[in-house]
Ligand binder design. Sequence first.
Ligand code: HEC
Length: 125
Amino acid sequence: MRQIYRPLIIALTASVLLSACEKAPAPTQATVNYSAEQQQLLQQGSLRARSCAACHGPQGISRQALYPSLAGQSAEQLAQAMRDYRDGARKNALMSPQARGLTDADIELLAAFYALLPAPKPKQE
Ligand code: HEC
């Protein structure tokens, strides 16, 4: 008796395992496909942007109107804003001190990082 069922059980187990594998990559809401290079940039950027996250959010999306969201803005625009705060062309009591220590390389990295992040969805109110 047992001998007869064995192939059936093996087949069943295999099909269960297979279907489990097919489901493995859980569908995520954000289906942004980043290249390896972009992923590296995101990793480096998020490390450098740690001090910025308190105000601008870890994903560059701010929760308070006082702090602008940075995600999805053009790198050009972001870099210009950072240089302006650093060099004093643009002044803000909260932001200027943050920009003071940024090197050109920091600004380039941070601008590219925030530009890569998905922009916030328009508010649904
Ligand atoms: C203490 C809170 C705070 C921190 C920390 C902070 N910022 Fe800001 N940031 C602000 C505020 C407030 C503004 C808006 C200032 C204004 O209205 O001019 C701003 C504006 C900016 C802007 C201009 C955005 C726009 O849309 O005009 C950029 C770019 C920016 N911040 C980058 C950074 C980066 C990069 C860091 C980390 C190195 C950082 N900020 C850290 C508060 C902060």
